[in-house]
Design a protein. Structure first.
Lengths: 113, 111
């Protein structure tokens, strides 16, 4: 079946621009996670949704980062006024049971110039 | 906050040699997961360990969870070129959402 999909796969933004990254989780998966992965590093947790409820946003690095999942399926991660330090791969993952196996999407590589 | 440390950062082996990566958490974990990420790819789930002292095997891969549930290891026997990639451990504290990943061990295999 279809896995987690993310779009766009690559995004180049000029510093100060806003960007929106989309995640389509596996159908029926209740839990959805966003992670940020810098080059050569492990993924770092950003935020977690259970259905449409954002239960944990403790990993969002600043108030420029905002995530939503209004209907409990597709999620969007928005970054306002992008900075160079925001350059990274943004990974979305979904799962059926909180804390168990997470299925990752291919990621969106964001480059801020 | 919770920290998960992994060593070594890089490991070069000859094809056919064994490989081990170690993971240590600053706090007790409710469970630990292992993921593999191929170059240019995304993390793929390998296994979850839950019980203190647990050992699980998947063909040439052996996973262990420490008695204190603060450390774990992954051992690969007789590496093959298909084992190339970065191996991450990831911990989840009880009641916390999301995973805390280690920095990973990059496995490089020389034929």
């Amino acid at each position: 079946g279809a896995g987690v999909s993310q779009s766009p796969r690559y995004k180049v933004a000029k510093r100060g621009q806003d960007v929106a990254l989309r995640c389509d989780p596996i159908s029926g998966h209740v839990s959805l996670f966003w992670y940020q992965q810098a080059l050569g590093q492990g993924p770092e947790f950003l935020t977690y949704f259970q259905n449409e409820a954002q239960l944990d946003k403790s990993g969002l690095p600043s108030d420029r980062f905002f995530a939503e999942r209004p209907e409990g399926s597709v999620s969007t991660l928005k970054i306002q006024r992008t900075q160079q330090e925001d350059s990274a791969v943004y990974l979305c993952a979904s799962s059926t049971i909180r804390g168990y196996e997470q299925y990752f999407g291919p990621g969106t590589r964001l480059t801020v110039t | 906050g919770q920290q998960v440390m992994q060593i070594p950062q890089y490991q070069h082996v000859q094809e056919g040699e064994d490989f081990t990566t170690y993971c240590n958490s600053s706090t007790t974990l409710s469970n630990i997961q292992w993921y593999k990420q191929r170059p240019g790819g995304h993390p793929v789930f390998l296994i979850q360990l839950v019980k203190s002292g647990e050992v699980k095997k998947q063909k040439r891969l052996t996973f262990q969870f420490g008695e204190a549930k603060k450390n774990s290891s992954l051992h690969i026997t007789a590496t093959q070129t298909t084992d190339v990639g970065t191996y991450f451990c990831a911990g989840r504290r009880g009641g916390a959402d999301g995973l805390t990943f280690g920095k990973g061990t990059h496995l490089i295999i020389q034929p």
